[in-house]
Design a protein around this ligand. Sequence first.
Ligand SMILES: Cc1cc2nc3c(=O)[nH]c(=O)nc-3n(C[C@H](O)[C@H](O)[C@H](O)COP(=O)(O)O)c2cc1C
Length: 190
Amino acid sequence: MPLSEYPLRLAVIIGSVRKDRFGPTVATWLMTRVEGRDGLETDVIDLADLQLPADLGGGGDTAGFLKRIDRADAFIVVTPEYNHGYPGGLKTAIDTGRDEWKAKPVAFVSYGGTAGGLRSVEQLRPVFAELQAVTVRSAVSLHWADSLFDERGRMLDPERPESAVDTMLRQLEWWGHVLRAGRGRGDCPG
Ligand SMILES: Cc1cc2nc3c(=O)[nH]c(=O)nc-3n(C[C@H](O)[C@H](O)[C@H](O)COP(=O)(O)O)c2cc1C
């Protein structure tokens, strides 16, 4: 039984912004799984399309970005790994908001070389905890990601990664509905 008849508003955040990045390939594949599910209304936020000042002083696309984060009930962060960490632009985007993230669940799809972006995810969890967001246990990590897709961006051996996405989405949806109901009953303290 669905936890709510109202669709969950899911924002998918593409965290890499560099030229010739692989992130959109991963995000496009992820969206094929997300769009096949009932009860989700999605907004893809590609940080490469936005100007978010690193001094956190507002301006640029700050107001529009915060409106989209505020509107969302749940997030999936798509992140690579750069030198054992996540991209600086992603940190700026996260720090641009505060209460917009609060009492909402965050799931991760990471990718990279040998570690599949797992180190980025482990570093992102305490960042979101500080914002009182709840990170979902099951993450999806793609090791040597560029070898997993053909030149048209199709996943070569999709069974396991797709099953990992589905597990992650089920957890995200559960938290998304529960926390939305909780937010409706009053502000999370702090
Ligand atoms: C500056 C830089 C540092 C990287 N450091 C790591 C790393 O520490 N561990 C890893 O597994 N992959 C690392 N990689 C590989 C990237 O995770 C991989 O190229 C990924 O596709 C980058 O995402 P993007 O193309 O969307 O920017 C690094 C790549 C770059 C460009």
